[in-house]
Write a protein that binds this ligand. Structure first.
Ligand SMILES: Nc1ncnc2c1ncn2[C@@H]1O[C@H](COP(=O)(O)OP(=O)(O)OP(=O)(O)O)[C@@H](O)[C@H]1O
Ligand SMILES: [Mg+2]
Length: 247
């Protein structure tokens, strides 16, 4: 479904991605982890068309999407979330979801927006303004906005960051249920429990390179991964990045 080949990206003198290749089959949920600054968000930005790659190719669902604009990529069915969700604060939940529509705001679209608000569990606050909602509820608005686009594949950047355990379970259940209906996911997430409960495979980035791409159990045994997380101490200093229980 998604094939990223030899993507490279520098920002001035900083190499953010050094010839990274990733392949994701239709219907899967793949996790991506890595220490701060390893290039995860940059990779999502490039796949979704928010940033151009310096070189490399990206194919999605039979199309070469390299260098295409984010809107055009979203229309093909590949949509990303942002690490920080950003609904329009003065609009209601329903208005926010409607505003994401590519198909106008007619009665059928409004009905679908309301269905999606229910699906993500925000029906009790459907007419409340976004700024009055909790951080976690704002994340659900973002997910609802993504669903309006009828995505075939969703890229999520740290969906559980800053949300409470109850909401994290809710987000996990939503992802699993959308996946059962056929949506493919690439999920950047530091919470290893969440990753292990959702993902069949884990991609590890470190220092702008892919150092592992395997089922979770194999990744945890991988020497390069152990060094990235335990050796340099960089990841260990940031508790957000603990992937080993005994660190
Ligand atoms: N717009 C930009 N301009 C300059 N440098 C950037 C830009 N975006 C990212 N970088 C750099 O590219 C590298 C990779 O950053 P990126 O945000 O992709 O990391 P990440 O793996 O998502 O990290 P985190 O876990 O903290 O979210 C870092 O060195 C970062 O400082
Ligand atoms: Mg990031």
């Amino acid at each position: 479904m998604l094939d990223v080949e030899n993507v490279r990206k520098s920002f001035g003198g900083t190499v953010a991605l050094n010839d990274v290749s990733v392949s994701i089959g239709e219907g899967s949920i793949i996790g991506m982890v890595g220490p701060n600054g390893s290039g995860k968000t940059t990779l999502l930005n490039i796949i979704s068309g928010a940033l151009p790659a310096d070189r490399g190719t990206i194919r999605f669902d039979g199309h070469d999407i390299t260098g295409r604009e984010a809107n055009a990529i979203a229309r093909l069915g590949l949509v990303r979330s942002f690490q920080i969700s950003r609904p329009f604060p003065s609009m209601t939940v329903l208005e926010n979801v409607l505003a994401a529509s590519h198909a106008g705001t007619g009665p059928a679209v409004r009905a679908r927006a309301a269905d999606i608000v229910r699906q993500v569990g925000l029906e009790a606050v459907i007419d409340n303004r976004a700024h009055a909602l909790s951080f976690g509820q704002q994340r659900l608005i973002e997910l609802a906005r993504i669903l309006m686009l009828r995505p075939k594949m969703i890229l999520l950047d740290e969906p559980a960051a800053g949300v409470n355990p109850t909401l994290m379970e809710h987000i996990k259940a939503l992802i699993l249920s959308l996946n059962r209906e056929g949506t493919t996911f690439l999920v950047v997430e530091h919470n290893i429990r969440l990753v292990s409960e959702m993902c069949e495979r884990l991609i590890v980035l470190n220092n702008s390179e892919k150092i592992a791409d395997a089922p979770l159990a194999d990744v945890l045994q991988n020497q390069a991964v152990k060094e990235a997380y335990l050796g340099s101490g960089r990841a260990v200093r940031n508790p957000k990045h603990r992937i080993y229980a005994d660190e």
